[in-house]
Design a protein around this ligand. Sequence first.
Ligand SMILES: Nc1nc2c(ncn2[C@@H]2O[C@H](COP(=O)(O)OP(=O)(O)O)[C@@H](O)[C@H]2O)c(=O)[nH]1
Ligand SMILES: [Mg+2]
Length: 286
Amino acid sequence: MRSGFVALAGRPNVGKSTLVNALCRGKVVITSDKPQTTRRRILGVANGDGYQLVLADLPGFQRPLDDLTERMQRAVDVAFDDVDAILFVLSARERIGGGDRFIAKRVFAVGKPVVIVVNKVDRLKPGHVASQIQTAAGLGDFLALHPVSAKTGDGVEELREELVGLLPEGPLYFPPEQRTDLSPELQIAELIREKALVLTKEEVPHAITVELLELGEKVARANLLVETESQKQILVGKRGSMVREIGTRARPEIEQLLGRHVFLDLQVKVRPRWRRDHGLLERLGI
Ligand SMILES: Nc1nc2c(ncn2[C@@H]2O[C@H](COP(=O)(O)OP(=O)(O)O)[C@@H](O)[C@H]2O)c(=O)[nH]1
Ligand SMILES: [Mg+2]
């Protein structure tokens, strides 16, 4: 049995979380085109014939702005200590530049095998992909480099095999049916937050967090917390249309997760400065 841990590093929005889901063959973490979608370390488990590959999805590297982002960066800093390899993710759709080189410096300094992924190669010209690969290859002393599309699954199979090959002999860290280290309560809160992120823009996505208050047989009750009255108005929407839409989108995924029907009771609440509230951040698992 081969088993072990691989941490993902890379700028925000390069597709780390989408790649974790692709490697795990199903949705274990939320994704969106908004920055700060991933706020804490979440483990995704990929099981296969004779292996268990545990992927540590992480927030993107960033300069801390407040207690929330400081905790997020701390999660990134400690994440590389106990892993067997690092997956350094870049986007083929953006210029590989200073931000990537800054992360490369930290990633290659850890002294673990580094596998570079050039993600988002779908619908790009081969010539463009080739030049991005060449730039990526100059970032440091990598073990392997894989062009992939986390979205279409192109190249993901080969990448998974490469990573499994780097794992040592080891035990099962998680029972085979467990896909993530997040509790069902936190997974539900994340699914609700994902739908809220997709439907909002500008500063609103940053200001949203979700607190699950109750998970019963028939009812899930959650608060969508924002920081100001105007953000609350946006999330509530005209006669409650926005919060209703969030619920409509989240409920099928929650029901799939739980394997039963639930009534989803969502309330929007103003909680000024929740991003600086250590007690709340602790409860939210950040
Ligand atoms: N076209 C394309 N988009 C992708 C791919 N992987 C991720 N994305 C999109 O990029 C955005 C950021 O993805 P996410 O996984 O949340 O990035 P993260 O911040 O690095 O975790 C989302 O809108 C994804 O749908 C890919 O392979 N191709
Ligand atoms: Mg992410």
